[in-house]
Ligand binder design. Structure first.
Ligand code: 5GP
Length: 190
């Protein structure tokens, strides 16, 4: 998505440790018009896949996943993050290693909202090492639902998570793939 690349170049800021800050349009302030365009673009990429649900993780995935759900006319579900492993009720749970905070956290989703017949599209703001999406894939597997594919607004290709999922046969569509970045330049995958 050319527009995403332009937005990253004009508003993104590369921080030490390989973090791209996009707080001005995706992570804290949200460019709502652009959000709608992202949602429609991702919906178009998966339009023939029979998606019944969009799944993400709180908090930063919610906006874009909701935009995709709205564009597709299907519900959006977000897994909640829990620091402890004490989770009550009928839930699916998995553990995710956070790239940005270098800690492990649990993600849980009620079994009411992920059903065996669901065809699930995973959506997140960033795809880096792929741990967040692998945790969500684990929830989909536990539910007996079908994984349709994954989509991220921004994939940091140099961390390899997206390509690892592609090698496993998962349909991965990111709106922009960054192959290299430092504080002076950002290179996108062609
Ligand atoms: P992964 O699990 O693929 O390594 O990392 C994905 C998660 O980490 C995303 O949900 C996102 O919130 C966060 N993340 C990873 N890299 C970045 C980054 O460069 N910038 C921001 N803002 N978040 C990131």
């Amino acid at each position: 998505m050319k527009l995403m690349e332009e937005k990253i170049l004009s508003e993104g800021k590369v921080l030490p440790g390989g973090i791209l800050k996009v707080g001005s349009f995706l992570n804290q302030q949200i460019d709502t018009v652009f959000l709608g365009e992202m949602g429609r673009e991702i919906a178009e990429l998966f339009k023939d896949c029979g998606v019944t649900k969009v799944l993400t993780i709180e908090a930063s995935g919610i906006a874009i996943a909701a935009a995709v759900g709205m564009a597709m006319g299907v519900p959006m579900v977000f897994a909640k993050k829990h620091k402890t492993s004490n989770v009550d009720g009928a839930v699916y749970a998995s553990t995710v290693h956070s790239f940005t905070h270098n800690t492990d956290y649990r993600i849980v989703v009620s079994s009411d909202y992920l059903l065996p017949g669901d065809k699930v599209l995973l959506v997140d703001d960033f795809l880096a090492n792929g741990n967040a999406l692998k945790g969500l894939m684990d929830l989909v597997r536990q539910a007996g639902a079908t994984l349709v594919g994954v989509s991220a607004a921004i994939e940091k290709g140099f961390q390899g998570g997206g390509d690892e999922l592609r090698r496993l046969g998962v349909k991965v569509e990111s709106l922009a793939v960054i192959d290299a970045m430092d504080d002076t330049s950002i290179t996108f995958r062609k």
